[in-house]
Design a protein around this ligand. Structure first.
Ligand code: AMP
Ligand code: ZN
Length: 114
């Protein structure tokens, strides 16, 4: 999608600190990190929000979580712990309307979230 920030990062039109990419996913560091490790796991397919998922995306979403777990392990946070978050629409604070899984690790994370 031409007017989407994350489609532009995926296409290489906007620079991103990419930590993983494969045929379906690109993962890059969040530009405003909220934890020592803050990575966004993003499908190459443009899907605006979780509200737009269909059953054909089930494997894709599963692969996003498996990617998050692999990156957490790669960075040594799998035993300490980490958080994975999808924000959806206004009250959850979604600001980029191309789904992305936040991976946060490296500090104690409060619950409930703000
Ligand atoms: P959300 O608020 O859940 O939609 O998350 C969007 C995230 O994208 C925020 O945490 C932003 O800091 C992050 N972000 C915005 N622009 C960029 C960018 N160019 N590269 C990396 N992360 C970005
Ligand atoms: Zn997009």
């Amino acid at each position: 999608m031409t007017d989407c920030l994350f489609c532009k990062v995926i296409a290489g039109d906007i620079p991103g600190a990419i930590v993983h990419q494969d045929g379906a996913l690109v993962a890059f560091k969040d530009i405003t990190p909220q934890a020592p490790l803050h990575v966004l796991i993003v499908p190459r397919k443009h899907i605006p929000s979780l509200n737009d998922l269909s059953s054909e995306d089930d494997a894709l979403v599963g692969s996003m979580f498996r990617c998050a777990a692999a990156l957490a392990k790669q960075h040594g946070y799998h035993e300490r712990g980490y958080r994975t978050v999808f924000n959806t629409n206004r009250e959850a604070g979604q600001s980029v309307f191309h789904i992305h899984l936040h991976l946060l690790a490296g500090r104690a994370l409060a619950w409930p979230p703000g």
